[in-house]
Design a protein around this ligand. Structure first.
Ligand SMILES: C[S@@+](CC[C@H](N)C(=O)[O-])C[C@H]1O[C@@H](n2cnc3c(N)ncnc32)[C@H](O)[C@@H]1O
Length: 336
């Protein structure tokens, strides 16, 4: 029996609403002050994490974080959720808990992936982040009624049972023991767990660790991997990551200089569930290389193995599909 198709959400509309809500946030804040807050946060994040107390201390920190980082974390999570949704085509989360949710990027991303509304709870230990998240969410009807609750990730973390738990750009800020406690709590509470991390070698290492825990707890990996067996990347030689395009705001241009209209957010993720999954037959794990009459695709395959395949003009429709293929896409693309 075919599963009913998922009702996709109006992604551009949700992204546009978020952009306007973030722009309104900076209204009235002198641009230099916002840029200074961002620079301070970047310096803090370069320092030692985990920390004993929240890094996001007050509204200025949080507004700077949201305006500067939320468009990127939103796009990264949305992209991970899209790949996950493709692997569980008939499924829509009936409830969502976002742990370490900060200003709510993942809550927005869920609403940009699956149409409709659902009970949403955003947990974080930084009250100013939750307050600002609530304020931003007032612009988005799908997040009406979301609960913004203070909660500390640690050995005592208990999560209410729900369909989907997201953990976005958080493992990075935790001790090994707290990362393990969080993944175990998520696995115990949810049918599906989606974890997103910066697309760095360290982020990859934390994702592999979390993926192993989820698989040991009985989860199947839905994306990005085409299988739930061990990752074929030899540790230390490479790291699995992807890229999401993010429009640059005037604040970005001010902090980073230059006039590019966009930047590419590198991220890694794992999406796993207790349900049956239909993972991609293979996934494009690097930017495709387009040459004259041929496309070179680096693939992670079901076997599990990594391979490079060359698709040439002689492959007809497949060649046209390869020219359209993006880093992170399933390969070959689903028919229809
Ligand atoms: C980099 S931000 C990511 C926020 C959001 N998930 C996103 O993707 O934009 C990390 C978040 O984790 C929260 N956090 C870090 N350690 C925590 C802890 N031990 N307990 C609860 N929240 C924590 C921080 O307050 C912050 O909001």
């Amino acid at each position: 029996m075919n599963a009913p198709a998922r009702l996709p959400a109006d992604r551009p509309a949700v992204a546009g609403t978020l952009r306007s809500a973030l722009a309104a946030l900076l209204d009235g804040l002198p641009p230099r002050q916002a840029a200074q807050a961002v620079e301070r946060l970047i310096a803090t994040y370069r320092g030692a994490t985990p920390t004993e107390a929240p890094i996001l201390r007050d509204r200025a920190d949080v507004a700077a974080y949201a305006a500067y980082r939320m468009p990127a974390t939103f796009e990264a999570v949305r992209s991970a959720l899209e790949a996950f949704a493709d692997a569980v085509p008939g499924w829509t989360p009936g409830g969502h808990v976002d742990v370490g949710g900060g200003t709510g990027a993942a809550a927005w991303a869920v609403s940009a992936t699956w149409d409709g509304t659902r009970p949403v709870t955003v947990l974080d230990w930084a009250e100013p982040a939750l307050a600002l998240g609530r304020e931003l969410a007032a612009a988005h009807p799908a997040l009406d009624g979301a609960r913004w609750q203070r909660s500390r990730i640690g050995p005592a973390l208990a999560l209410d049972s729900t369909d989907l738990v997201t953990v976005s750009y958080v493992l990075n800020e935790l001790t090994a023991a707290d990362r393990a406690a969080l993944v175990d709590a998520a696995a115990g509470a949810a049918q599906a767990v989606v974890i997103v991390e910066p697309g760095t070698p360290d982020g990859y290492a934390r994702l592999v660790e979390a993926r192993d825990r989820l698989v040991s707890a009985g989860f199947r990996v839905a994306a990005p991997c085409p299988h739930s067996a061990a990752c074929p990347i030899v540790p230390g030689t490479d790291w699995c990551h992807f890229s999401a395009r993010v429009s640059r705001s005037s604040l970005h241009r001010q902090v980073k200089g230059g006039s590019l209209a966009y930047e590419d957010e590198k991220f890694g993720y794992v999406a796993a569930t207790r349900r049956e999954v239909a993972p991609a037959p293979a996934r494009v794990v690097r930017k495709p290389q387009i040459r004259k009459g041929q496309v070179l695709l680096d693939l992670c395959e079901k076997d599990p193995s990594l391979s490079r395949t060359t698709v040439t003009k002689r492959h007809g429709d497949l060649y046209r599909a390869a020219r359209d293929a993006d880093w992170g896409d399933a390969w070959p693309p689903a028919a229809g």
